[in-house]
Design a protein around this ligand. Sequence first.
Ligand SMILES: C=C1C[C@]23C[C@@]1(O)CC[C@H]2[C@@]12CC[C@H](O)[C@@](C)(C(=O)O1)[C@H]2[C@@H]3C(=O)O
Ligand code: AKG
Ligand code: FE2
Length: 355
Amino acid sequence: MVVSSPSPIRSKKIMAIGIPTIDLSNYNRSKLSEQIVEACEEYGFFKVVNHGIPKEVVEKMETQGSEFFAKPTMEKQRAGPACPFGYGCKNIGCKGDTGELEYLLIQTNRQSISERSNDISNDPTKFSCAVNDYIEAVKELACEILDLVAEGLWVSDKSVFSRFIRDVQSDSILRLNHYPPVKDWDPATKQHPFTNNNNNDNRIGFGEHSDPQILTIFRSNNVGGLQIFLRDGLWVPVAPDANQFFVMVGDALQALTNGRLVSVRHRALANSVVKPRMSMVYFGAPPLNAWMSPLPEMVSPEKPSLYKPFTWGEYKKAAYTTRLGDSRLDLFKINNHRCKCNDQIPCPCFDNLVQ
Ligand SMILES: C=C1C[C@]23C[C@@]1(O)CC[C@H]2[C@@]12CC[C@H](O)[C@@](C)(C(=O)O1)[C@H]2[C@@H]3C(=O)O
Ligand SMILES: O=C(O)CCC(=O)C(=O)O
Ligand SMILES: [Fe+2]
């Protein structure tokens, strides 16, 4: 594993560290799987180089995304409002979260891509072709990484994670985020949510959260903004790299591995002065009826199950009743409180704990 060189820092609370970098062309598969597991345990985040995704596939998707976000607002609104799918602007989810961004959220099955494309593009066939090719490529990358994770964890069924997102019923999604530069800041909306470290250059694009799914694979253009949160309480800026992909462990993978791999908290700032940031994010998810119980190999008398079994559908439903920054996995923790709810999922008296 290569640890990249530190990037410059601005705030006292933000420290520069190296982001683990995994070279997928490494011929030593057992070493590779070990490195991936190590990065997922320590950070829940890493960068992949030599990922094998053709440049043209990425460029085609990027062109389609940029063309969409360059459209007049009225036209973009034809693809919205996002509830949760479609075009959204400044509102994230349905619990009042906001940020300085606009986005497109799309389900990854071919039929919904084809239907959505009509409202998104003047050339729907071209748009859906770019999206389908991009999704196929990132899905393969996600599956390859998940198989390596299973190998590194010495799990007997090596496809145990990738099978979820290969399933035709998989609930995976694609998100294109567009963070306008400060120069295009609308003077009418001067009140922006800033991070609380008194740094006025921290304009929140996408607030702090962890991704609920199994694995997130994403890239951005060469404009920075992403930060990850380390367990010791530091926010670390991630230098952008338009040619590579980044990987994040999601909550579902944390649950499946009984907390051994950790879902990473992250946020995106929208501080770029002139150039917009655009990120293309694939969230690999299981089918709605798939059970996310900790794998038997991850449970022992010394490491008892941390989470109640839940289906992805139940988790997703719980996610949509929480705010962006909430720790959703806590709702499914075993023995984290005593109450009279008879183990309902999620616990209906969560806000009313009997300690
Ligand atoms: C506030 C919310 C937006 C979100 C659903 C949620 O209620 C909590 C999780 C959010 C998140 C974060 C990662 C992904 O961007 C996302 C699509 C997801 O699956 O969970 C978003 C949801 C969203 O924007 O709809
Ligand atoms: O734009 C980014 O870099 C991060 C976006 C993100 O965290 C998300 O879409 O869930
Ligand atoms: Fe995210």
